[in-house]
Design a protein around this ligand. Structure first.
Ligand code: ZN
Ligand code: ZN
Ligand code: ZN
Length: 186
């Protein structure tokens, strides 16, 4: 099971994303609403890290809570804040392998192709990504038009889909993590 390698499976807390809070919701109200579900047993771990406005007139939040509490909240999938039923989903950090550019494993565990010396934009062998003006090509999808790891990449989307048997919601990807991984390849 590749999921063991996903970072967010370890540690005491989980990071969740909240969607659909109305534009006047405060961090304190998000906290209160979560506590009001009666499912938060570790109140000391509950932190509303950010609340950001979206272009739909709602707010998008990042919440940290105890791992056990998060499991229960994720199973519910929603929390009522004010008049809004807000969606809750897990944020997942995914390893990006800098050797084959695949997801869900590290270079040390890689049995894929070694692409670490190729241009990350066009996969050309004689130059690096910086300054490359060729068309992007994704070797993971064998498709032109995007680079490995872009949001449209099918390989990335497949890697972020949870096993449905666990009953969890589809997740979002920590983009910084991916970009970090990409930098390692140089
Ligand atoms: Zn690999
Ligand atoms: Zn190139
Ligand atoms: Zn792709």
């Amino acid at each position: 099971m590749g999921w063991k390698q996903i970072k967010s499976c370890g540690g005491r807390t989980r990071t969740l994303h909240l969607k659909g809070a109305d534009e006047i919701t405060t961090a304190e109200e998000v906290k209160q609403a979560l506590k009001a579900t009666g499912q938060i047993r570790h109140k000391e771990d509950l932190i509303v890290k950010t609340l950001r406005p979206t272009r739909f007139g709602t707010q998008y939040g990042t919440i940290v809570m105890n791992r056990k509490d998060a499991e229960v909240i994720l199973r519910q999938g929603k929390v009522k804040i004010g008049l809004n039923n807000c969606e809750i989903e897990e944020k997942i950090d995914i390893f990006k392998c800098y050797k084959c550019w695949g997801y869900g494993h590290s270079a040390a565990q890689c049995n894929g192709e070694d692409r670490s010396n190729l241009c990350q934009r066009c996969t050309g062998a004689d130059h690096i990504r910086t300054g490359c003006n060729k068309d992007p090509y994704c070797p993971l999808c064998a498709t032109e038009g995007h680079m490995a790891g872009e949001a449209v990449c099918g390989a990335l989307r497949r890697a972020t889909q949870r096993p449905s048997s666990r009953g969890l919601r589809p997740s979002t990807v920590n983009r910084e993590q991916i970009l970090e991984g990409a930098e390692e390849g140089g």
